[in-house]
Ligand binder design. Structure first.
Ligand SMILES: *[C@@H]1O[C@H](CO)[C@@H](O)[C@H](O)[C@H]1NC(C)=O
Ligand SMILES: *[C@@H]1O[C@H](CO)[C@@H](O)[C@H](O)[C@H]1NC(C)=O
Ligand SMILES: *[C@@H]1O[C@H](CO)[C@@H](O)[C@H](O)[C@H]1NC(C)=O
Ligand SMILES: *[C@@H]1O[C@H](CO)[C@@H](O)[C@H](O)[C@H]1NC(C)=O
Length: 563
């Protein structure tokens, strides 16, 4: 159905977004708090960040959506949520009932795009125990997946392979021999790092690999400290945080505490080679710049299998970093000559260093997107490493405190067609409209029905208002329109969904109400005066006329008398 011609364009006007994004030093000084945020009239449960866009460039404008999983010590629980933003930084979707989530992105499964993320308890000794979600384009839970055999899965990785299987990480508490020789050897408990490849439909485990069977526990770069002595605190010696699978079927995994990337044979589980760390297999053609990374995350093959990208944290908690900033790395590998060469590196303009988390994604445009994990910030670079766009979610003053965090920041194409109805709300004589998750809305058509009916035949098109953000505000002559609804319209004029028909509640603030009262009184007085004048004049004219008639009659009588 097309929206027909508009009858009363003058009665509604679009109002500029009251929360412009801030390009501000005040933001980063913490003047608006650690986590500057905003609320919405139509969606009281949605609290989303006011982003500080420090740098922007048309080359970042690729029509993709930015996806984060927001959490942190200074983000109240009711505001923690997976979130989708458009290219302008406006919220598109969030659902805080999920609370703390990790790794929101879009992945393809059986030809369909799904929003995917992990949700659960992330306070289990540096990893998590929870479930993996696949939401369809209507935000319905199409799959809620556990690790193999119904066990909870870890938060670090949930990757759907091109074979349609799920690659996920698991941390298992196991008894282990801690290595060392003679009296130094001891038995203890470890959090073993496990790779699982799982069938999404049956939850059957297709492949499983345990780090403790291939790595010597005492070669970890992470000291055990007081952990590992009993079942209550396993020693997290390996700390797996990413898995990729290539066209040969083999696995590429990242170990934070061995500070290395390992390539694993998918049939035998044997280590084929290692990049970085103590057992580095490669000759570094870049003086150590291609192999000396530290505490890294998110190791992926490039699409042409010619190299690897990763987020080099260069730091971890409780350790004085030996670098000035975290880096994104694009490392070219020659697997015949076994050489590694730094192709490009990506450094945040403010030199952000993140002691945990982080992501690096090569975008379809060739640009590189980095999320800074422990510090909720992201930067988009050209392939060569020139920063184009730079965004802070939390204030820089509170960086490195865990105030605002987002494990990964990813950009993806996404079409959201929610099954819910658009929301509509009135406040101070204005109308507010939104539709959580809807990506295709270009305009809001305000329709009215003065008889209170919701029958389509009785609808009047009042105005077409361009969508100005998550929530569009317009002023409406609500005394004239008794009942209205908001219809979401796409760029081609197709109607996508309509809100309920609601009574225009011209609820006003006290000040406005008083003003209205005064205006009403003045109006009444003016009207009464007019009546008085009208009636008065009427009476006047009438009496003059009657007087003239009387006079005429009188003179006639007189004339007769005198005649
Ligand atoms: C939003 O900011 C206010 C003011 O700084 C803060 O009190 C509140 O906790 C923040 N909201 C969330 C969800 O964290
Ligand atoms: C938010 O997520 C919950 C499940 O956690 C779901 O029941 C609810 O329908 C979702 N809300 C929206 C608006 O999608
Ligand atoms: C992987 O392991 C299988 C089975 O042991 C073996 O046949 C194959 O040659 C190995 N692949 C590589 C690349 O070493
Ligand atoms: C390695 O990195 C350092 C520091 O960024 C730089 O000065 C040096 O030129 C790099 N060396 C090579 C061979 O890339």
């Amino acid at each position: 159905m097309k929206t027909s011609a508009l009858l009363f364009p003058a009665l509604v006007t679009a109002v500029q977004d009251v929360f412009p994004h801030i390009k501000s030093e005040a933001f980063d000084n913490g003047d608006f708090g650690a986590y500057p945020n905003r609320t919405y009239i139509t969606e009281p449960t949605s609290i989303s960040p006011r982003l500080n866009i420090l740098q922007s460039d048309l080359r970042c404008d690729d029509g993709l959506y930015t996806m984060i999983s927001l959490r942190g010590d200074k983000v109240e629980l009711k505001g923690q949520s997976p979130m989708v933003f458009d290219g302008k930084g406006d919220l598109i979707w969030m659902n805080a009932t999920y609370g703390e989530t990790f790794g929101l992105g879009v992945q393809k499964y059986k030809g369909q795009d799904y929003l995917t993320f992990w949700q659960g308890d992330d306070s289990v000794g540096g990893h998590g125990e929870g479930y993996y979600y696949l939401l369809d384009s209507s935000y319905r839970e199409a799959y809620k997946l556990s690790a193999g055999n119904g066990m909870p899965g870890d938060l670090h990785e949930f990757h759907i392979s091109t074979d349609g299987t799920a690659l996920l990480t698991q941390y298992l508490l196991e008894e282990a021999e801690f290595g060392g020789v003679g009296p130094r050897s001891r038995k203890g408990y470890i959090w073993d790092s496990v790779i699982q490849e799982v069938d999404l439909e049956t939850n059957k485990v297709l492949f499983e690999w345990h780090a403790s069977e291939h790595f010597k526990i005492d070669e970890s770069d992470f000291p055990s400290g007081s952990t590992g002595r009993n079942k209550k605190s396993g020693y997290d010696f390996f700390h797996i945080n990413s898995i990729d699978k290539d066209h040969l079927g083999n696995y590429l995994i990242s170990s934070r505490y061995y500070q290395s990337i390992t390539y694993i044979n998918c049939s035998s589980g044997d280590i084929l080679w290692t990049l970085g760390g103590r057992h580095n297999s490669f000759k570094d053609l870049s003086d150590g710049n291609a192999t000396k990374f530290g505490w890294q995350h998110d190791a992926r093959w490039t699409s042409d299998h010619s190299g690897i990208t990763l987020f080099d944290n260069g730091a971890r908690y409780g350790l004085k970093p030996h670098v000035d900033h975290s880096r994104g790395l694009h490392i070219a590998l020659d697997l015949d000559a076994m050489t590694a060469e730094l192709k490009h590196s990506y450094i945040n303009p403010k030199g952000v260093i993140s002691a945990s988390q982080g992501s690096l994604q090569i975008l379809p445009s060739g640009n590189v997107l980095m999320g800074f994990g422990y510090n909720a910030a992201w930067t988009e670079f050209t392939a060569e490493g020139v920063p184009l766009c730079d965004v802070h979610v939390g204030s820089q003053k509170t960086f490195n405190t865990g105030a605002v965090q987002t494990y990964k920041v990813l950009k993806h194409a996404w079409t959201g067609l929610p099954t819910t109805k658009p929301k509509i709300q009135f406040l101070d004589g204005d109308i507010y409209m939104s539709w959580n998750g809807a990506t295709e809305v270009a305009n809001w058509a305000i329709q009215s029905s003065n008889d209170g009916g919701v029958e389509v035949h009785s609808l009047i098109d009042v105005e077409l208002v361009p969508k100005t953000g998550f929530e569009t505000k317009a002023s409406l002559h609500c005394r004239r329109w008794k009942y209205v609804r908001a219809v979401a319209v796409d760029a081609k004029g197709q109607q996508l969904g309509a809100s309920e028909m609601v009574e225009t509640n011209c609820e006003t603030s006290e000040e406005q109400a008083l003003l209205q009262l005064r205006l009403d009184r003045e109006q009444r007085i003016r009207w009464m005066l007019q009546v008085i004048i009208f009636v008065g004049c009427g009476v006047g004219i009438c009496s003059l006329w009657r007087w003239r008639i009387r006079r005429r009659t009188y003179s006639a009588i007189q004339q007769k008398l005198w005649a």
